[in-house]
Design a binder for this molecule. Structure first.
Ligand SMILES: [Zn+2]
Length: 113
């Protein structure tokens, strides 16, 4: 944890202590924690998709994450995913055609006697 995304109880704003119930007001935080975990997993999958060259998939995943639990990192990831050209499927090595020409001159192998 970097502390950049400090989580707080939505009822009393007490910081999360890593327990299922809020330490101050006793609110059940388990459902909220599941959403946060799901959002984090979606952001990680989005990063992997972006690195693998699938920006539109990354954008979909990060939007899902931001719907569950918006973070500044998710906002940056969404911007980056939108900036990367969505030209999936055009990656290929189309260099100059250097196939060796098999020019086989017909050798006369007929040595007439
Ligand atoms: Zn609370």
């Amino acid at each position: 944890m970097t502390g950049a995304e400090e989580l707080r109880c939505p009822v009393c704003r007490a910081p999360f202590r890593g327990t299922g119930d809020c330490s101050r007001c006793g609110a059940d935080l388990r459902r909220l924690m599941r959403l946060v975990v799901r959002a984090r997993a979606a952001r990680q999958a989005a990063r992997r998709a972006l690195v693998a060259g699938h920006p539109s998939r990354a954008l979909g995943l990060v939007r899902l994450a931001q719907n569950c639990h918006p973070t500044p990192a998710g906002t940056r990831l969404a911007s980056l995913s939108a900036l990367v050209p969505h030209s999936e499927g055009t990656v290929g090595n189309t260099g100059p055609d250097r196939r060796p020409k098999s020019s086989s001159p017909t050798r006369g192998s007929v040595f007439g006697a």
